[in-house]
Write a protein that binds this ligand. Sequence first.
Ligand SMILES: [Mn+2]
Length: 341
Amino acid sequence: MLPEHIEGAVLITKATNQRYFHHLTMAQGAIYLSAGHRVFFSWGRSISPKLPGDPEIREIREEELGREVAALLREESKEYLMVEKELPIQIYQLLLGAGIQNIRIGEGFVEQWRETKTPWEIEQLSEACRITEFAFDKILEVIKPGMTELEVAAKLEYWMRLQGCEEFNKTIVASGIHSAKPHHWPTNKPLEKGDFVTMDYGCTVNGYHSDMTRTIILGRATDRQKLLYETVRVAQEKAREVLREGRSSGEMDGVARRIIDESEFRGCFLHNLGHGIGLDIHEGTGLVQGSKAILTEGMVVSIEPGIYVEGYGGVRIEDIAVVEKSGCSVLENAPRELIEV
Ligand SMILES: [Mn+2]
């Protein structure tokens, strides 16, 4: 598991990086990794390993961490301890206090391992996506003019909770002119007939995030609304069709951006096409304008083009997809045709 160039031992303290190894929902501690050891030093709770291959758990008090790590380093004759750049200062002090002198910072090494998802990780992502789509089906049954953006957000979260998700993403519900803001925060504004309603939301299962956006219309769409919607839908579809291993991040962004920029909505796609996703909602390689990063099998990215017209409204359609050798597997398949309710 440890890259060969790491001859020392590694101490993992960042929460999502720890979770990559111990798979526990409620846990506090730090993980020691070396060629010979995988130990989760846990404090505050009595817990047991969750999956085969998870680290051995040693219950300690937080103050004992330095001493425990120093003892393992001595036992294994390791020359140095590699830590993450986000190492909390109180843990740094515990390490120093235990006489550990040779501490090196490893830049994003666990994040690199996390880029390529295992089949188990893809199962967790898929389950989070299933729950997210379930909530979309439910909201379509009840959404109507007069409901507020906050009520829509609360209902989406309610249905995801009942399906057993762990946490929610920051739920965005943006209606009418608010939909022209990619990151609008839901308010008490009542939905009105003729509004675009953009819902960008998701949840976690075993720590793994879904992320989905759908825009619907209340009542009948005007011709301009249809044109705007259709331009985003085609841009998203095109990007899904061409996503595969070997494409560059920037090339992917360009595929969707070109379609929007060749329409009358030129310049209205205000963000990148997508981000990597996993234990963090934004992680790893995304689909970023101008980026030369190459996509490889097992990466998971969002595909989320949008058009935002200030003072008028906007549309975004988002799914997440696993990059494969000769294509991709889209994990969310809620309807993408314009829905008028
Ligand atoms: Mn997203």
